[in-house]
Design a protein around this ligand. Structure first.
Ligand SMILES: Cc1ncc(COP(=O)(O)O)c(C=O)c1O
Length: 442
């Protein structure tokens, strides 16, 4: 790490950065050149406390030895194996380990390379499942306002963030949306699940009445909406969605790309909320963010619906060159070992109260209009600066980085989701930095 600390590229123009204000960044770049455990190292050598687990993915902390070693060994042993009509042992081992970890009713897993691909895979499985069962008229997909399901066409179609959708034409047809569940007038400053809003799930009944259940394949929601600014489901909301889906033969997909792998203090949000989705999408924490990989979990019922017809024929025409590739599989196995040995998938539950107290101590801080938390996720919503939405939160992000903390902002919301190895004194440092920064920004 040390010999690379001061390396600075001399031209930043070639790289068109994702989800970034490119021109602004390139005038005052924020470069990370190293990382260990809870910290990044900035290009000027400063240690930066990671308040966001990278992008909600580095759940075990940075450069963890089991993961690094697994990748190193794998690179010298089997670098790549064709994903179609061929196998390698680690991907089967990983699939078994994952279904053991997942809720009992999810017994099969497909691999992808990202959360976006997991979502596309899940939507396609849902459509194809109904068709395989003789219900090909079920072609509609229902998402939710403010939902984030990645950036591919299926994901932005069921997603509900306008900036991610408006530039891209007609998107998928046959998509409808539930209302979001953010009710600040009733639920502001709630610790954990809000009291009000479970009835918003009944909007699914309205959509069913409009389109008829026989046309609807699946509902997809994030159990906790993350990227839109941390919207925590009202008490009973997800259970109600499940009931309505059951009543009408609609599949329920949980997009657990953020909530999977311990973020709420349970392995999956399905465990936390005690709701059984038919399909679960994951990525991020699966490999601790180290190598791109996603996984889609399905029930026996869904899997077995495809296992018909002549055995020499491919059952499902879908997959990626890198599905379950050896390097990613090794990284995921090293990650699961680390989670297990350090009890990280339940550590969030141990820290949840301390985390909630720390976050809610910001209540009377300047600019703050709401605070939300669940597991090891927190959001601090700011009053937008007059006529300049997002600017205040972005200034807070830049100042926090200058003061040695990485936070994340979306709109005028600060979203925090530290690695699950965070210590209490580091929670204090993170929250104190946010407090200081909010005192300084206009
Ligand atoms: C719920 C959810 N789904 C899908 C995605 C997309 O994942 P990726 O960026 O790996 O494609 C994300 C990313 O933040 C996410 O939060």
């Amino acid at each position: 790490m040390s010999n690379r600390l001061n390396v600075a590229p001399n031209d930043l123009s070639a790289f068109w950065m994702p989800f970034t204000a490119n021109r602004q960044f390139k005038k005052a770049p924020r470069m990370l050149v190293g990382a260990q455990d809870m910290h990044y190292v900035a290009a000027d050598g400063r240690k930066i406390l990671d308040g966001t687990a990278g992008l909600w993915c580095v759940n075990a902390g940075h450069c963890r030895p089991k993961i690094t070693e697994a990748i190193r060994e794998q690179a010298g042993e089997l670098d790549y194996a064709p994903a179609f009509q061929m196998g390698h042992p680690k991907v089967f081992e990983l699939a078994n380990r994952l279904v053991d970890l997942a809720p009992d009713h999810l017994n099969h897993v497909m691999f992808t390379n990202s959360g976006s691909e997991s979502v596309e895979t899940a939507l396609k499985v849902a459509l194809a499942y109904h068709r395989a069962k003789g219900n090909g008229s079920r072609f509609r997909l229902i998402g939710r306002e403010r939902g984030y399901h990645g950036v591919n066409f299926g994901g932005i179609s069921v997603g509900g963030i306008v900036s991610n959708r408006k530039m891209f034409g007609t998107l998928l047809t046959g998509v409808d949306h539930l209302p979001h569940t953010h009710l600040p007038a009733k639920n502001a400053y709630t610790r954990g699940e809000p009291e009000h809003g479970a009835d918003l799930a009944d909007e699914l009944e309205r959509i069913v009445t409009l389109h008829d259940a026989s046309t609807i394949a699946a509902v997809i929601v994030e159990p906790v909406a993350g990227s839109t600014g941390v919207l925590i489901p009202p008490k009973g909301y997800l259970k109600r969605l499940r009931e309505i889906c059951d009543k009408h033969g609609i599949l329920l997909i949980f997009d657990e790309v953020i909530t999977g792998f311990g973020r709420l203090g349970t392995p999956f949000a399905a465990d936390y909320f005690d709701v059984k989705p038919d399909i679960v999408t994951t990525a991020k924490g699966l490999t601790n963010g180290v190598i791109p990989m996603g996984a889609v979990f399905v029930t026996d019922e869904i899997h077995n619906a495809f296992m018909t017809g002549p055995e020499h024929l491919i059952e499902f025409f879908h997959g990626y060159t890198y599905s379950g590739n050896p390097m990613a599989s090794a990284a995921a196995l090293g990650t699961l070992d680390t989670y297990r040995e350090e009890g990280l998938l339940t550590r969030g539950a141990e820290l949840a109260d301390y985390w909630a107290d720390a976050l809610h101590s910001l209540k009377d801080t300047r600019h703050v209009i709401d605070i939300r938390n669940i597991g090891l996720i927190g959001a601090i919503e700011l009053e937008p600066a007059a006529g300049e939405p997002t600017k205040r939160a972005f200034s807070a992000f830049v100042k926090a980085f200058e003061k040695g903390c990485l936070i994340r902002t979306t709109g005028d919301i600060i979203a925090l989701s530290p690695p699950l190895i965070i210590e209490k004194n580091q929670i204090d440092e993170l929250i104190d930095t946010v407090r200081t920064v909010l005192g300084e920004v206009d």
